[in-house]
Design a protein around this ligand. Structure first.
Ligand code: ADP
Length: 477
């Protein structure tokens, strides 16, 4: 079944691709900055609005008091306008009033102060009460303009102004305090967020570490408490338990299979030897007719190939069981390869190219003979059509010995290369050929190499040839 990877939807910003911890801290900080900005702006607006409302009600209160009966004091021509203009806010913290006639002209002729808000004045003369904020020489002022009678009893309008200097100063100090406190609050929140995130993610770290150091399916992840993490650990542990059961079933089956192969191969060895012996004798008996002798010879050939197959199977079964050969010793690699060459036959078609003759490896002579013999035999077998030599190169590469067997024969199609070394795997076309073997040769090579921390690589091209590279760790490396 193909592996299914659950895709996560949503796009990610490149700088947020770090660890969850970094992402959480960044998101928290961003959320805090936005929240604090909104809070700051809102509180500034609200405090401004509240203060303006209280100024307005103060203007209404003071203006009503001022207009209370006796509403119109006797003409105050004795109060010079300059004095009014320069006097600044009166005891109510309000600028002295400006009276206007119905035509918009100053009701007190000596008042030289300019109108504070002409638009509001026009509206007030039409009967409206208007609040406005304007800028005058002294700074910002809040103004109430409403219809009224002039001190001389004529219909007109009056304007009173409340200086906003103190209020604006208070709002500015609130803003300054917020701006000063914001970075401190932000730092404190980031610090606390980081500590909290670390504390929470520490559980994940502990679980990751436990999962990484897990050596077998019987190990379990720590699962304490009753939170989401312990739930996750519980689910993971459940999966491990299932895997443990499946794995032990699998291992049992494999062991049974290996035992069967080993037993069957072992049991087949003796009867096959008998068959080979009897068939050999029959093939050589002169008293028998030629047809019968030929039949005996065929039986002998078939028994020989069967006993080769049985030996291969026995070897693989032993290596599956982790059987370690008894004759492991230091070997001069060049010597082993040369003797494997002799055993493979056709030594005259082999060219040796030894760059480092002194390479020593640890291993069993029997195993390495078998390993190189299989590879060289293949090289010779599958280049018989071209009769071109098989070139064997021995060289040192760092702390490893590298042996390459290169032939210029039929080659192997790329789709087969990943399967070479699988038991009984043969490239199809070779089955019908006289060269076709059992398909166990390369899997024996792989299993021998696995026992000595060696590796095998195959490069090939159809019609060009094949290069099999064996890498073995050097002794004393
Ligand atoms: P066999 O005993 O059939 O040769 P191997 O495991 O040694 O089994 O090889 C598996 C298959 O790989 C062979 O059947 C053959 O088709 C192919 N093969 C191996 N070596 C070579 C080579 N040098 N050139 C071409 N084909 C090769």
């Amino acid at each position: 079944m193909p592996t299914r990877i659950i895709q996560q939807s949503g796009r990610h910003l490149p700088f947020l691709n770090g660890s969850i911890r970094t992402r959480l801290i960044l998101w928290n900080t961003a959320a805090l900055v936005i929240l604090m900005s909104v809070l700051g702006v809102t509180s500034r607006l609200i405090s401004m609005k509240v203060m303006m409302a209280s100024v307005d009600s103060e203007l209404v209160r003071s203006t009503k008091m001022f207009l209370r009966p006796p509403q119109f004091p006797p003409p105050t021509e004795h109060r010079p306008a300059q004095q009014l203009a320069s006097s600044g806010p009166d005891s109510d913290n309000v600028y002295r009033e400006l009276f206007y006639n119905q035509d918009g002209a100053h009701a007190i002729a000596s008042d030289r102060r300019p109108c504070w808000d002409t638009v509001a004045l026009k509206r007030a003369l039409k009967g409206e009460t208007v609040f406005s904020t304007v800028q005058i020489a002294d700074g910002s002022v809040r103004i109430i303009t409403l219809p009224s009678f002039t001190p001389f009893g004529a219909k007109g309008a009056v304007q009173r102004a409340y200086p906003l200097k103190d209020i604006l100063r208070a709002v500015a100090s609130i803003t300054t305090t917020l701006l000063l406190l914001a970075p401190i609050a932000l730092l404190a929140a980031v610090w606390m967020g980081t500590a909290l995130t670390r504390r929470v993610l520490n559980r994940v770290h502990v679980m990751t570490l436990a999962a990484k150091t897990q050596r077998s399916f019987s190990d379990r992840l720590p699962s304490t408490g009753n939170d989401e993490f312990s739930e996750l650990a519980g689910a993971f542990n459940g999966m491990l338990a299932d895997l443990e059961i499946a794995y032990s079933h699998q291992r049992e089956m494999l062991e049974r299979q290996q035992r069967f192969t080993a037993d069957a191969s072992h049991e087949l060895k003796t009867p096959l030897t008998v068959i080979r012996g009897v068939a050999g004798m029959g093939a050589g008996r002169a008293t028998l007719d030629e047809r019968t002798r030929g039949a005996f010879a065929d039986i002998e050939i078939a028994a020989e190939s069967m006993s080769g197959l049985v030996q291969d199977l026995l070897l693989l079964a032993r290596s599956d069981e982790g059987h370690v050969p008894e004759d492991v010793t230091e070997l001069l690699l060049m010597e082993v390869v040369t003797s494997a060459c002799q055993l493979a036959g056709e030594p005259e078609r082999v060219e040796m190219n030894v760059e480092d003759p002194d390479m020593i490896v640890m291993g069993s002579h029997t195993d390495f003979n078998r390993l190189f013999r299989n590879i060289i035999e293949n090289g010779l077998k599958y280049s018989r059509n071209t009769q071109k030599p098989v070139v064997i190169t021995l060289k040192k590469c760092g702390e490893t010995a590298v042996v390459t067997v290169q032939d210029r024969g039929i080659g192997i199609a790329p789709e087969h290369i990943p399967h070479l070394g699988e038991r009984f795997y043969r490239v199809d076309s070779s089955r019908t050929r006289p060269t076709g073997g059992t398909g166990l040769g390369l899997s024996i090579c792989r299993s021998i190499l696995a026992g000595y921390r060696g590796k095998m690589g195959i490069h090939s091209a159809i019609g060009v040839g094949t290069a099999v590279t064996v890498t073995l760790p050097l002794q004393n490396s």
